[in-house]
Design a protein around this ligand. Structure first.
Ligand code: NAP
Length: 247
């Protein structure tokens, strides 16, 4: 039977690229998206592109900050694919602002979507993986969680927490042959970074050894490796994918 994976927040960006890469690797893919018409339409396109690799792919709507919605989604994926061999906790948001001006709502929302979602998904997926005595998970951290970033008290808190959660889950589930790792991307080429001026980019490149932004495919290839048997003795680790930022 083909292996199956859930990728959260896979309707666009890094998550969509990871979903397609894992389809290419031969996984049946559960393409999670936030429950909205627009996200559903984008996620359906991602699922179609996954199916082009000859695997099964289906869209599963769930707001991953909500415990019950995660529980229901995990049940539905298990019913559809029979197993859940891998999980990529990718969904994430930013609500930036300097601490002096950051509202409680800005803080709580980012923590709920970025951090609590990892609790919600990992708990339910690991219950399935424990019975299988097999599983691999990759969590999406960020360099903001390793080094901090002005204007991102909420985001860096959520991403630093994910690194701790990764090590805790790795220790709790290691004896059940479930591996849990994280990746910490730096600045990745997305619509967000495309709008920067050449002057802004050159300033940032000054701090990056490779003098360029990363590509989404470079995140997806590392996630693919960490989920593969090639990484069978790697767990509890956070791999920075930042072109050598902050060395
Ligand atoms: P993106 O394009 O905004 O994609 C994030 C995805 O998560 C979107 O599809 C989004 O849906 C979804 N999402 C948000 N809240 C959700 C929820 N409650 N339930 C389910 N899905 C939800 O961002 P990205 O740049 O690809 O980022 C992906 C991950 O990488 C995030 O965890 C981010 O923090 C991390 N990261 C990105 C960078 C970077 O440079 N881009 C760097 C470091 C880390 P909506 O569109 O509806 O919000």
């Amino acid at each position: 039977m083909a292996k199956s994976v859930i990728v959260t927040g896979a309707s666009q960006g890094i998550g969509a690229c990871i979903a397609k890469k894992l389809a290419e690797d031969g996984y049946n893919v559960a393409v999670n998206c936030y429950p909205s018409e627009n996200d559903r339409a984008n996620a359906e396109k991602v699922a179609e592109e996954c199916r082009a690799f000859g695997v099964e792919a289906e869209v599963f709507e769930a707001d991953v900050s909500k415990y019950d919605q995660c529980e229901n989604m995990v049940k539905a994926v298990k019913e559809k694919f029979g197993t859940i061999d891998a999980l990529v906790n990718n969904a994430g948001i930013t609500k930036d602002g300097l601490l002096a001006r950051m509202s409680e709502e800005q803080y709580d929302t980012v923590i709920a979507v970025n951090q609590k979602s990892v609790f919600n998904m990992t708990k339910h997926v690991c219950a399935v993986m424990m019975k299988q005595k097999y599983g691999a998970i990759v969590n999406m951290a960020s360099v903001a969680g390793l080094y901090g970033n002005p204007g991102q008290m909420n985001y860096s808190a959520s991403k630093a927490a994910i690194i701790g959660m990764t090590m805790t889950a790795a220790k709790e589930y290691g004896s059940r042959n479930i591996r849990v790792n994280a990746v910490a991307p730096g600045l990745i080429k997305t619509p967000m970074t495309d709008v920067l001026t050449d002057e802004q980019k050159n300033k940032i490149f000054g701090q990056i050894a490779l003098k360029r932004f990363g590509e989404v495919s470079e995140i997806a290839s590392t996630v693919s490796f960490l989920l593969s048997d090639g990484a069978a003795y790697i767990t509890g680790q956070t791999i920075e994918i930042s072109g050598g930022l902050s060395m």
